[in-house]
Ligand binder design. Structure first.
Ligand code: PBG
Ligand code: ZN
Length: 322
């Protein structure tokens, strides 16, 4: 006879018991699906380092958005791959830019779906940096005008949410002012408030052809060693009027997600970035891990840490398990 009183295993005995006491749930509404739009027609080009993710021309993008919506995902984030780039990233804020056209097409064809616009210059600048270059460095304040212009052009095209990702100081305030002046005081800002200078962005830069042509992004994205600085960044964005905050990347920064969740009464988003996706895909393809299970475990971990929503290339695949 055994006198152990505490036996946690009692609640793990069957699948239904485990479901009854499960503390964290992943819902379809938590998932945000990133899409890459390029020029042309009938283009569906798989990204080498991101199996299952494509550069899509607008016609293909609309089809993808429709299918995604039908499956039960309600939110997309759109990234643009312009036909040509220049020093000042003019494709980012062109009324007929690739993202502006894409947003209009999705709005027109798919209707009720939340469209987030990633607001940055790096996909559109010939040098690949997130702002204007002056004296071999990214100039903060001169970049703000262009970032604000980009946000307004995206709102005019029909974006529901503006998501600035460039880590320029004051970007949220500049965008809030410009949106309000243009009559978009009801358009929310999801700030990439806490964005680290991360090697996990590698595959995305393949996809968007946005690798910096000189130097790196360490003078504006955050040092991965820092946590107090993350709080400072988020405090500033809240002060400037951010409606939601993002932490990026996700899995290597669960501690940061947790701090953000505890400190702010705003929705917290986490971005499971391209390198996180690529790692799981690659090990899965090698047969070294069970890709589907690792995918779900990674997403539940991000939610458990405190994310309300997750931007993930796995969105559609994960949906099949919910
Ligand atoms: C840049 C931007 C990046 C990502 C989205 N927008 C990172 C970067 O190149 O610095 C990364 C997303 C991913 O890796 O999935 N504004
Ligand atoms: Zn950028």
């Amino acid at each position: 006879m055994n006198t152990l009183i505490h036996r946690p295993r009692r609640l793990r005995r069957t699948a239904s018991l485990r479901a009854l006491v499960r503390e964290t749930q992943l819902r379809p509404d938590d998932l945000i699906y990133p899409l890459f739009v390029c020029g042309g027609e009938g283009v569906r080009r798989e990204i080498r380092s991101m199996p299952g993710v494509f550069n899509l021309s607008i016609d293909e993008l609309v089809r993808e958005a429709e299918a995604t919506k039908k499956e039960g995902i309600n939110t997309l984030i759109v990234f643009g791959i312009p036909a040509s780039k220049d020093e000042v990233g003019s494709g980012a804020y062109a009324a007929e830019g690739v993202v502006q056209q894409a947003i209009r097409a999705i709005r027109h064809e798919v209707g009720d779906i939340v469209i987030i616009a990633d607001t940055c210059l790096c996909e559109y600048t010939s040098h690949g940096h997130c702002g204007l270059i002056e004296n071999n460095d990214v100039a903060n304040d001169p970049s703000l005008d262009l970032i604000a212009k980009t946000a307004v052009s995206q709102a005019q095209a029909g974006a529901d949410i503006i998501a600035p990702s460039g880590m320029m100081d004051g970007m949220v305030q500049a965008i809030r002012t410009a949106l309000d002046e243009a009559g978009f005081s009801d358009t929310p800002i999801l700030s990439y408030a806490i964005k680290y200078a991360s090697a996990y962005y590698g595959p995305f830069r393949d996809a968007a052809d946005s690798t910096p042509q000189f130097g790196d992004r360490r003078s504006y994205q955050m040092d991965s060693a820092n946590i107090r600085e993350a709080v400072r960044e988020a405090d500033l964005d809240v002060e400037q009027g951010a409606d939601m905050l993002m932490v990026k990347p996700a899995l290597p920064y669960l501690d940061i997600i947790k701090v953000a969740r505890e400190r702010y009464n705003l929705p917290i988003a986490a971005y499971q970035v391209s390198g996180e996706y690529a790692q799981i895909k690659a090990a899965g393809q090698l047969g070294w891990i069970d890709e589907q299970r690792v995918m779900m475990e990674s997403l539940i971990a991000i939610k458990r840490a405190g994310a309300d929503m997750i931007l993930t290339y796995f969105a559609r695949e994960a949906l099949k398990h919910l």
